[in-house]
Write a protein that binds this ligand. Structure first.
Ligand code: PEP
Ligand code: MG
Length: 311
């Protein structure tokens, strides 16, 4: 059956007609990275570094951070590792910095925005990432969360490049999707965070169970934005990934590939079912499903339209 077939899938990710799609894992620390390394994944698509910072009374030193980042890099030695800089903010406050209460924290000083008031935190993190990358077989990719403007992307890319690392940004604010061509001119890759991109596109809190039908990545508006980013990636010849929960849904994963996404990162438990599904469909089917889903008039209709093409 389906579950047994998925359990037997060993990767790497590739469509039935031979187009590679990297199947990657989301991890949070060395322990989860070592666990993920036994799943059929080709690397890490999102290392959320928050764990190193939250619940700390004092800022972790560069040495402490270096050791932590190195654990994750070593768990996937020679493979792709995409590390996200700190995504803290007033809903995930840091104990070692003074933060103002904000009435609307999801739209407040979070993600890369915290680097304006506290540039030393991001500087220390990037120094630690550079130290952790010394001598490794595959240079880590480093991306910033909550990028909304081209200037933010350029400034971040300069900081990352000057340390010999590969710069990218997350696309999780609709403005970044709209500006994908200009942003891709500044960075080497982008990764779409579908959890926040859906929240901000639909103006619907991702934590609200009442709004679950709006915070559904099958919403055609979200798919259309992802398609804009995918097309920009193809024009630029640069990688567009997805690292939100959408990448864990096998049917949606095929739609994402049809929209131009070339790597899918999720909880590692989802990777076999996603890999198996992709191995059974052609790129032309993915494109047809993507076209049908993104021009549907509701999330439910989008899913049905994709299923009608792909099954
Ligand atoms: C996202 O927003 O989709 C994402 C991957 O980041 P997080 O879930 O950590 O906000
Ligand atoms: Mg996010």
């Amino acid at each position: 059956d389906q579950a047994a077939a998925a359990a037997a899938w060993r990767g790497p990710g590739v469509t039935a007609d031979g187009h590679p799609v990297a199947i990657l894992a989301n991890v949070a620390d060395g322990v989860s990275a070592r666990t993920a390394s036994s799943a059929p994944v080709e690397g890490v698509g999102l290392f959320r570094t928050e764990l190193a910072f939250l619940d700390r009374a004092t800022e972790p030193t560069v040495e402490e951070q270096t050791a932590l980042y190195r654990e994750v890099i070593d768990a996937f030695a020679g493979q792709k590792v995409v590390i996200r800089t700190l995504d803290a903010g007033s809903d995930k406050p840091l104990r070692f910095v003074e933060t103002e209460e904000e009435p609307n924290p999801a739209m407040g000083v979070r993600g890369n925005r915290t680097a304006v008031a506290h540039p030393e935190i991001r500087r220390g993190q990037l120094d630690a990432l550079a130290a952790a990358a010394e001598g490794v077989a595959s240079v880590p990719w480093v991306m910033a969360p909550m990028i909304a403007t081209v200037d933010e992307a350029r400034e971040f890319a300069e900081q990352v490049r000057s340390r010999g690392l590969v710069p990218g940004v997350m696309v999780e604010v609709p403005s970044a999707a709209v500006l994908a061509d200009a942003i891709l001119a500044e960075v080497d890759f982008v990764s779409i965070g579908t959890n926040d991109l859906t929240q901000y596109t639909m103006a619907a809190d991702r934590m609200s169970p009442e709004l679950a039908s709006l915070t559904d990545p099958w919403q055609p508006a979200v798919l259309s934005l992802i398609g804009m980013v995918g097309a920009a990636g193809e024009r630029a010849g640069k990688n567009v990934g997805v690292c939100g929960e959408a990448a864990a849904d096998p049917l949606l994963a095929c739609v994402l590939v049809g929209l131009g996404v070339r790597s899918l990162s999720s909880a590692p438990a989802a990777s076999p079912a996603v890999g198996l599904k992709l191995s059974a469909v052609s790129m032309a089917q993915c494109r047809d499903a993507a076209r049908a889903a993104s021009t549907a008039t509701s999330a439910i209709a989008a899913r049905e339209a994709a299923r009608a093409v792909i099954g």
